[in-house]
Design a protein around this ligand. Structure first.
Ligand code: NAD
Ligand code: TYD
Length: 337
């Protein structure tokens, strides 16, 4: 049995990771530590909740006592740190919780992993640590880090902290830097689910700036397959970029969604730009492809339709979310734009 601590496993990527991994692996014992912030939802984990090789612990990664208790009780040998505050817009509204969770929380996990001599610590980082590209070029693993938002600067700090624990203490750390994910269970504050849900409801679609900012999209299952591979075969001290080669201006995705849902493009509403908005992200993932033999399996054309269909079929899931606390955030975020 591989005893793995997965943090943030009730969020979008973490819950997809647990459900997908436990479907295929009964030699993994997964303990999911999640604070259940606004972004954490145990409903996401229904397919895994009754599995004998799965446990859920509600708690904060900043809580060193609890983290120590979990490592000891479950004899944790692997860590995958997904837990984070993850939304750029929220980090602009208030940055403190981003540094608390993403930086201090990661530090607690690293110190505890060192004490318990784990076999691997996988820090889930992001391509946003590289900053913004102009109209050409790609992020490689040696592109200097140049984060621009409170969110990305907190992730860059955690990413560098993890690598420093390898360099200084020999902790077996690997870091993954992935591009923008999409898929089921993504919280509706993010571009793709927000635009799908607003289209379904016939609400305006708020496009920041000129709509020509470019993101490089990857289906969440492709990201998670890469994480499993890096956990098994990644070389300690190394960084692996993960991306599926799907660069797209925001407006193109928004039109695709409207078109598939058969709603008018009149719903598009250009609004005030996000402060400090990164222009373009594009990932060079040739290292993980050549060294670990990873390949994305899903084409954007197929997986975006799968994703839109999931939101159409799982209205109950998102209706419960958008009628709660999230409504207040939405009204304040888009009020004066
Ligand atoms: P998410 O916001 O959907 O989920 C985050 C989860 O972390 C939630 O379940 C939340 O309850 C939990 N959490 C937050 N603070 C916590 C704390 N202090 N202690 C314990 N749990 C806590 O985020 P996501 O989109 O699933 O992203 C997961 C990870 O992947 C993050 O580290 C993010 O930076 C990284 N990432 C995301 C993307 C993307 O496109 N979404 C791309 C690259 C990297
Ligand atoms: P987002 O999903 O917040 O991811 P990130 O900022 O981490 O890349 O946003 C993706 C892109 O979509 C980004 O360029 C900002 C843009 N965007 C909008 O135009 N309108 C919106 O309401 C949101 C949430 C995002």
């Amino acid at each position: 049995m591989k005893n793995i601590l997965v943090t943030g496993g009730a969020g979008f990527i973490g819950s997809n990771f647990i459900n997908h991994t436990l479907k295929e692996r009964d030699d993994y014992f997964i303990v999911n530590l999640d604070k259940l912030t606004y972004a954490g939802n145990l409903e996401n984990l229904k397919p895994s909740q009754d599995k004998r090789n799965y446990r859920f612990v509600k708690g904060d990664i900043v809580n060193s006592e609890l983290v120590n208790f979990i490592f000891e009780k479950y004899r944790i040998k692997y860590v995958i740190n997904f837990a984070a505050e993850s939304h750029v817009d929220r980090s602009i509204l208030g940055s403190e919780i981003f540094y608390r969770t993403n930086v201090i929380g990661t530090n607690v996990l690293l110190e505890t992993a060192r004490k318990f001599e784990v076999e691997k610590f996988l820090q889930v980082s992001t391509d946003e640590v590289y900053g913004s590209l102009g109209s050409s070029g790609f992020f490689t693993e040696s592109t200097p880090l140049s984060p621009n938002s409170p969110y990305s600067s907190s992730k860059a700090a955690a990413d560098m902290m993890a690598l420093s624990f390898h360099h200084t203490f020999g902790l077996p750390v690997v870091v993954t830097r992935c591009s923008n994910n999409y898929g089921s269970y993504q919280f509706p504050e993010k571009l793709i689910p927000l635009m799908i849900i607003n289209s379904l409801k016939g609400k305006p679609l708020p496009v920041y700036g000129d709509g020509l900012n470019v993101r490089d999209w990857i289906y969440v299952i492709d990201h998670n397959n890469a994480i499993n591979l890096v956990l098994e075969k990644g070389v300690c001290g190394e960084v692996y970029n993960i991306g599926a080669g799907n660069e797209m201006p925001n407006i193109q995705i928004i039109k695709l969604i409207l078109n598939y849902i058969k709603k008018s493009e009149d719903l598009i509403q250009y609004v005030k730009d996000r402060p400090g908005h990164d222009r373009r992200y594009a990932i060079d993932s040739s290292k993980i492809q050549s060294q670990l033999n990873w390949r994305p399996e899903f084409s954007f054309e197929d997986a975006i339709i799968k994703t839109i269909d999931w939101y159409i079929e799982n209205k109950n899931w998102w209706e419960r979310i958008i009628s709660g606390e999230y409504e207040k955030y939405y009204n304040s975020q888009y009020k004066n734009r």
